[in-house]
Design a protein around this ligand. Structure first.
Ligand SMILES: Cc1cc2nc3c(=O)[nH]c(=O)nc-3n(C[C@H](O)[C@H](O)[C@H](O)COP(=O)(O)O)c2cc1C
Ligand SMILES: C=C(O[C@@H]1CC(C(=O)O)=C[C@@H](OP(=O)(O)O)[C@H]1O)C(=O)O
Length: 389
């Protein structure tokens, strides 16, 4: 059975719930590390007031005993602290003619899921759409991804995420610093960049955007090191791991594009400037460069996987945008209560976990097994096979 998960829960409901199936037994779960990744997702310059209310922690309520996975489905919940402010809005139906009717959401926001969801599901209270389309759901996804990440870490696989652009401000290239240094330095940054001058510029820029009642997006990058050759496969479209990662990244709220390696630049350069030359040394096959971001033929090639994603600006704006009331069909300009102005740093943490999930899934497909011991034996056997090739 391949690794899978589902999440449920509304942004202003009591909790988010996730069920993971297919994790092997005997994996030690580091609860502190899991919760630290949830905390990392809440941070970042430009987030709104909601993040001051929440203190995300995952409670594991199934599939783990005595600190280790048992092979049974893992169930986890993340409480919404904000729920206590929303209980009556969530529980009392906004029926016509009652006081609650005023709370019905009938003014769709351009750029959010409100109108499409209302039309598709025939819902006249757009709250029923926004409750689930909210990126609050990414807290559950990060919790699932954090477990996938712990599995990968057992095999020396490391993941880093950082911000490379917020609107007009681009971070200088990180150069050839180690992945550990990248992780350490971005952790200390409010905008998840390594360079302090860029951090200051980005903070001031976000302040300015916010002051103008606007929002801003950006570009984030995720790097994965320590992968063996051959995760994913060229033999069938839905087994190509680069494609699966791209789908995962595109599914993050507000993401509008994905690149692997040099990505769109590959459409400008010549073949001789793009393809990574093959070399052989003490550690077997390697590449002289990594422009293709660790993938050829939908399979990892042993080089670091490099994925970028672009996030559009947050749709909920203090600056009014034109829309149409679904009751009256009349134009209105939106009024906003609270929203993030920029969630690009947080999105880079979400991306790390979405990528971790897809890689862990491919890892388990290749090295199969119900227990960590069985997987390790398969993994080592494969490494021996590679060494003899
Ligand atoms: C971490 C994160 C935080 C977000 N915060 C907000 C927010 O405060 N307000 C908002 O309108 N959209 C926010 N979004 C974006 C919306 O969730 C997203 O635009 C919406 O679900 C519509 O989906 P789409 O943009 O993928 O088409 C956030 C996205 C992420 C990843
Ligand atoms: C709750 C989270 O992000 C939310 C994502 C979001 C949206 O529309 O996507 C809208 C905001 O929610 P609210 O309207 O309750 O302030 C964000 O705070 C979170 O990331 O945990």
């Amino acid at each position: 059975m391949s690794l899978r998960f589902l999440t449920a829960g509304e942004t202003h409901g009591p909790q988010l719930t996730a069920i993971i199936e297919g994790m092997p037994s005997n994996m030690t779960v580091d609860f502190e590390q899991l919760n630290n990744h949830l905390l990392r997702r809440q941070k970042g310059y430009g987030r709104g007031r909601r993040m001051q209310i929440e203190t995300d922690t995952a409670q594991i309520v199934g599939g783990v005993r005595h600190g280790r996975t048992t092979g049974a489905p893992i169930a986890l919940v993340v409480e919404n602290k904000d729920w206590k402010h929303w209980t009556s809005i969530m529980n009392v139906e906004p029926i016509e003619g009652t006081d609650e009717e005023k709370r019905r959401v009938h003014r769709p926001r351009p750029g959010h899921a409100d109108l499409n969801g209302g039309l598709k599901y025939n819902l006249k209270d757009l709250r029923n759409v926004l409750e689930r389309s909210s990126a609050r759901e990414t807290a559950a996804r990060v919790a699932c991804g954090a477990l996938a990440r712990q599995l990968l870490e057992q095999f020396g696989i490391k993941i880093a995420g950082h911000v490379i652009r917020i609107g007009e401000i681009e971070a200088p290239p990180v150069g050839d610093i180690s992945i550990d240094a990248l992780i350490e330095r971005t952790e200390q940054s409010s905008v998840r960049v390594v360079d302090e001058e860029t951090e200051k510029k980005m903070e001031a820029y976000i302040d300015q955007i916010k002051k103008e009642g606007d929002s801003i997006g950006g570009i984030v990058e995720c790097i994965v090191e320590g992968l063996p050759v051959g995760l994913g496969s060229h033999v069938q479209y839905d087994r190509k791991l680069d494609g699966r990662i791209a789908q995962g990244v595109m599914s993050i709220n507000a993401f509008k594009g994905v690149e692997i390696g040099i990505g769109f630049e590959a459409g400008i350069l010549r073949g001789s400037q793009v393809h990574d030359e093959i070399e052989h040394g003490e550690n077997g096959y390697t590449r002289a460069s990594n422009r293709l971001g660790g993938f050829e033929g939908g399979m990892t090639n042993g080089m670091p996987v490099v994925v970028r994603g672009v996030m559009k600006p947050i749709p909920t704006l203090y600056k009014p945008l034109r829309s149409v009331d679904i009751d009256t069909k009349e134009a209105f300009t939106a009024q906003v209560e609270r929203s993030d102005a920029c969630a690009v740093p947080a999105a880079s943490v979400v991306m790390e976990h979405v990528v971790a999930w897809e890689i862990a899934k491919a890892f388990l497909e290749k090295f199969g097994g119900d227990s960590m011991e069985e997987i390790r034996a398969n993994y080592e056997n494969y490494l021996n096979q590679l060494a003899q090739y």
